[in-house]
Design a protein around this ligand. Structure first.
Ligand SMILES: NC(=O)c1ccc[n+]([C@@H]2O[C@H](COP(=O)([O-])OP(=O)(O)OC[C@H]3O[C@@H](n4cnc5c(N)ncnc54)[C@H](O)[C@@H]3O)[C@@H](O)[C@H]2O)c1
Length: 251
């Protein structure tokens, strides 16, 4: 299968990270022209260089923006539209984590995490909507988390934002269907990315067995494939839904 995103222009936020860069690569392989947006200039430049090296002819470009600042969304979307000529797919995927119980998490944690994990999805969506509507086949894919649905302790602020993303996804699906825009979410479970490798070490990850049916971590590309499908015309009758990509997390 190739060219499932032929003639589509896609924005991926958090494009310098593990899942975002994996999505960028396969979106390019399937014919999309891709804008990777990230606050980390080195990471997003490296992601673009890697994709260009591995996908001959890829039209992928890096954009640096701190999406915790509302006005940055409008600025970067305007730059992307000037360069590419429109937007067909918006993958809201930027995210930060804080490992704190609710009892310990200060206001700063909530403020920072809500701004990136929830409000950047809102500001990017609002900035991109005119172009997604003009596309006539617009698709938004929001990265939530399996723990937006399942209970656990220790990451309350993060999990609350990920639950909010599922609600935002459903509302937008209702509001934008008349404009031909489909809006869906993915819920990754334990997914190996450079962030977790740095945090835990590769050996620890290899020895860990997450509490899912498959008993292993997923690869970033295993999250990226369903994102690609939701962005593609193959998902033309799919909106307002959530795909669990968690190896079968039981709780
Ligand atoms: N890896 C997992 O196990 C897992 C599980 C569930 C959900 N997720 C979600 O998937 C998404 C991608 O995660 P990942 O594992 O690839 O993480 P990652 O840390 O590798 O990537 C996240 C990217 O977002 C960028 N970012 C952070 N703040 C930003 C800001 N203010 N403006 C612009 N960019 C910003 C970071 O620079 C980073 O490149 C996140 O939303 C995360 O919450 C990941």
């Amino acid at each position: 299968m190739a060219n499932r995103l032929e003639n589509k222009i896609a924005i991926i936020t958090g494009g310098g990270g593990g899942i975002g860069s994996a999505a960028g690569k396969i979106f390019c392989e399937e014919g999309a022209r891709v804008a990777l947006v990230d606050q980390n200039p080195e990471a997003v430049a490296a992601a673009v260089a890697d994709i260009r090296a591995r996908v001959p002819g890829a039209d992928v470009r890096a954009y640096v923006a701190d999406l915790s600042i509302e006005s940055e969304a409008g600025r970067v979307v305007a730059e992307i539209v000037a360069a590419f000529g429109g937007i067909d797919v918006l993958a809201n995927n930027a995210g930060i984590r804080r490992y704190e119980a609710v009892a310990d998490a200060p206001w700063e944690t909530w403020d920072a995490i809500v701004k990136v994990n929830l409000l950047s999805y809102v500001s990017m969506t609002r900035a991109a909507l005119p172009y997604l509507r003009a596309s006539g086949r617009g698709a938004i894919v929001n990265t939530s988390s399996a723990y937006g649905l399942y209970p656990r302790k220790g990451m309350g602020a993060y999990d609350a934002t990920k639950a909010a993303i599922l609600s935002l996804t459903r509302t937008l699906a209702c509001e934008e269907v008349e404009h031909g825009i489909r809006v869906n979410a993915v819920c990754p479970g334990f997914t190996v990315t450079p962030f977790h490798v740095q945090r835990l070490g590769a050996e620890v990850i290899a020895g860990m067995h997450p509490p899912c049916l498959m008993g292993r971590w997923g690869a970033a590309v295993e999250v990226a494939w369903p994102m690609l499908w939701l962005a593609s015309n193959e998902a033309s009758y799919v909106t307002g839904t959530t795909i669990m990509i968690d190896g079968g997390l039981p709780i």
